[in-house]
Design a protein around this ligand. Structure first.
Ligand code: COA
Length: 103
């Protein structure tokens, strides 16, 4: 979190209600890709549209920076998350796999 806020503080988007932190998403843009990740809403505040609002805020930021398409990684087993991403207009692409290397 310290590295993120030093490098790109506006990437961290928070949802607050009555001074309480109720949700977050990170909207990262590197000049090429728009990546939305760590979408999370406090269990006591779910199904009230907060994830949708967080994604709208992330998309506003991406548009302002010139981004055109947003990527998200969503676990295959996380059906609730899939429903939330779908509700905001995202769809799954089956022709990719994530390739990683630990540094
Ligand atoms: C996934 C998560 C972020 C959704 O947050 P939320 O604020 O409850 O989502 P919203 O209220 O904006 O929901 C928008 C829509 O998504 C869908 N949706 C959200 N939660 C759902 C659920 N549990 N079951 C089915 N559909 C769901 C619905 O279509 C919903 O609209 P509706 O309430 O009018 O039916 C939240 O459940 C969460 O934090 N989960 C744990 C962390 C996580 O898995 N994050 C995603 C990582 S990819």
């Amino acid at each position: 979190m310290a590295r993120l806020s030093a490098r790109d503080p506006k990437a961290l988007i928070l949802a607050e209600r009555d001074g309480e932190l109720v949700g977050t998403v990170i909207a990262g843009f590197d000049g090429w890709r728009c990546s939305a990740y760590r979408l999370a809403v406090h269990p006591d505040h779910r199904r009230q549209g907060i994830a949708g609002l967080l994604l709208e805020a992330a998309e506003r930021r991406f548009r302002e920076l010139g981004g055109r398409r947003v990527d998200a990684m969503v676990l295959e087993v996380n059906e609730r998350a899939q429903r939330a991403w779908e509700a905001s207009g995202y769809h799954r692409e089956d022709h990719w796999r994530r390739w990683v290397k630990t540094l």
